[in-house]
Structures are given as structure tokens and as C-alpha cells.
Design a protein around this ligand. Structure first.
Ligand SMILES: NC(=O)c1ccc[n+]([C@@H]2O[C@H](COP(=O)([O-])OP(=O)(O)OC[C@H]3O[C@@H](n4cnc5c(N)ncnc54)[C@H](OP(=O)(O)O)[C@@H]3O)[C@@H](O)[C@H]2O)c1
Length: 282
């Protein structure tokens, strides 16, 4: 039985994927910050006859300490992990500074994804099949988004939710590049996946009138979660051969694009280690 860990597995795309994998007989551990959503997911798992294969870990992944701890707990509990899906994200209409002093979108979307991928790498490497990390992110030819190298947490400018989100998406691309470069001898594949516009509860955290407008647009243009999950599940079943790959709604994206620049990936990695107070070993 394969084991799949899904951050943001209590809602939206992550939840759809979790339920699908549970229905198919796999062991699934989902992470989310809201215990009520976790409980609902577990109830649904019981209804599917998969209660014993479902796990929920309550964790605010906007916390560096909690992300580190939960990665260590999961690694201890699951010596082998077949897939890690990084899907936790929240749109913050206003700037939020975490108790640890980080800008929350950056902490959740970038720092926590780095910590979970590194923290679970040992378990992934022990998987019987081909282990894979799949990051649900912003890759796929989207022009928006720049990385402000001298101000990664955008502290020296007025807060713009779209800007921090799109910078996070760019950074997620680079996390994949950096992981594949630094662990080139490993077995774990890294897949960057932009699902396109998907009808999820993500609109709930938007402010009016954006919330209403985005919901209306979603009703017209967004894919339902069930359809969006199909190509993601297929990639987990048959990860691409290369250490890094990128997709937009199931279609491959060339890795020669500027957003996958190796020097920028190394630069981001060095910046993250410095922010996290970790030694630069690699
Ligand atoms: N939907 C789209 O159109 C779209 C398009 C492109 C990319 N994506 C990407 O796909 C991923 C999933 O998006 P979605 O639309 O499915 O999102 P969603 O429905 O809003 O679900 C987000 C998930 O993240 C979890 N989460 C949020 N804050 C968290 C925190 N501090 N700690 C732990 N977990 C947290 C939520 O659980 P709790 O509420 O319990 O914390 C929830 O399970 C995201 O990375 C997003 O950037 C989505």
C-alpha cells in the first residue's frame, strides 16, 4: 500500500486528491490548520471504508517551527513515503506577520514547502516505487510575478496580496529547480504543477467585490476539482523520468524557460537557509 502525504489536503484540490487516493486503496495523511475540516475529511474517509488508511495532522504551516516539527513527526511515523503533495496555501488580503516574524504568505507558500520537502526526503527515498514531490503552484507560462531579491518578504513596500502570491509562485518553481539540482543523485522526482483555474473554496478569503467576481468567473471558467485531480493522480502514478518536470493542466512546460533559472534557484536556496538560520551545507 502506498503512502501519500498532502499538505492542504483538507480542502479544494488537495481534498479531492486525498479522497480519490483513499477510494483507490492508498494510505493518505492530510495536513491542514483547521481541525473541523480535518474531522470532516476523516468522516468522509470512514464513509468510503477507508477510515483506517486516513490520517489528519493539524498544523499551521505558516509556522516554521511547526513545519519543521511536523516534517520530523511524519518522517518518524512513515519510514517510507511514496508521494508528497504540497498544496497548502491561503490568500491573505492584508499583510499578516506570523508570531515568528515572517510574512505569512511567504512562510506558508515558500518556507514550509522547502522544510517539508527536505524533512521528508529520507522517507521518500525509501519508497518502493518511484517517489515524487508534486508542488501545486504557479508555473506554466504565467508572466506575472517577480522575486524581490532585496526584500523577499516585501516589507519595504505597501502590501499587495497578488504580488506576494505571484512571487510565491515564482519561488515555488525555484524550490523545485533547487531540490532537483542539490539531490541530483536521489530517486525522488519533483513535479511543478499548475492546475489552472479550479473551482475551490480559495475564493472565500478574497475581499468583496473580488470574492463575488471570482466566484462568478469560477462558475463560468473554472474546472471542477474532480476533473482537475485526474492528471495530478496520473503524474503520481507515473512520475516523469527526469528529476524535475513542470506542467500546466496536464500539459508539459519546457524547463528552458527563465522561471527555472538555476542560478536564481541557488540564490533563493541560500536566502532561505539564511532566513531559517540553517547552515549552508550544500
Ligand atoms: N484553485 C485554483 O484555481 C488554483 C490555481 C493555481 C494554483 N493553485 C494552487 O493549488 C493549491 C491548492 O489550491 P486550492 O484552490 O485547492 O486551495 P483551497 O481550496 O483554498 O485549500 C487550501 C488548503 O490549504 C490549507 N491551508 C491554508 N492555510 C494553511 C496553513 N496555515 N497551514 C496548513 N494548511 C493550510 C487549507 O486547510 P485549512 O483551511 O484547514 O488550513 C486547505 O486544505 C495552492 O497551492 C494553490 O496555489 C490553485
Amino acid at each position: 500500500m502506498r503512502t501519500i502525504v498532502i499538505t492542504g489536503g483538507t480542502d479544494g484540490i488537495g481534498r479531492g486528491l486525498a479522497l480519490r487516493r483513499l477510494a483507490e486503496g492508498e494510505r493518505v495523511v492530510v495536513l491542514g490548520s483547521d481541525p473541523a475540516k480535518g474531522a470532516r475529511l476523516l468522516q468522509e474517509a470512514v464513509r468510503l471504508g477507508a477510515g483506517e488508511r486516513a490520517g489528519f495532522v493539524q498544523a499551521d504551516l505558516g509556522s516554521v517551527a511547526r513545519s519543521r516539527a511536523v516534517a520530523a513527526e511524519l518522517a518518524a511515523a512513515h519510514p517510507a513515503v511514496d508521494a508528497l503533495v504540497l498544496g497548502a496555501y491561503r490568500y491573505n488580503p492584508a499583510r499578516v506577520r506570523t508570531a515568528e516574524g515572517f510574512e505569512q504568505t511567504f512562510a506558508l507558500y515558500v518556507l514550509s514547502r522547502h522544510l517539508l520537502a527536505e524533512g521528508l526526503r529520507g522517507s521518500l527515498e525509501r519508497a518502493a516505487g518511484t517517489p515524487v514531490i508534486l508542488s501545486l503552484c504557479g508555473v506554466g507560462g504565467i508572466k506575472a510575478g517577480t522575486i524581490r531579491w532585496d526584500d523577499l518578504q516585501r516589507e519595504r513596500e505597501p502590501y499587495r496580496a497578488g504580488r506576494v502570491t505571484m512571487q510565491g509562485a515564482r519561488a515555488n518553481d525555484l524550490l523545485g529547480v533547487s531540490f532537483a539540482e542539490r539531490h541530483a543523485g536521489g530517486r525522488t522526482r519533483y513535479v511543478l504543477y499548475n492546475p489552472g483555474f479550479v473551482a475551490t473554496g480559495m475564493t472565500q478569503s478574497l475581499r468583496r467585490p473580488m470574492r463575488g467576481l471570482t466566484k462568478a468567473a469560477a462558475a463560468l471558467f473554472a474546472q471542477p476539482v474532480d476533473r482537475a485531480v485526474g492528471p495530478i493522480a496520473a503524474l503520481l502514478d507515473r512520475p516523469p523520468a527526469g528529476p524535475l518536470s513542470a506542467f500546466f493542466r496536464g500539459r508539459p512546460v519546457g524547463l528552458d524557460r527563465p522561471e527555472f533559472d538555476r542560478a536564481n534557484a541557488a540564490r533563493l536556496h541560500a536566502a532561505l537557509l539564511s532566513l531559517l538560520g540553517e547552515p549552508a551545507l550544500e
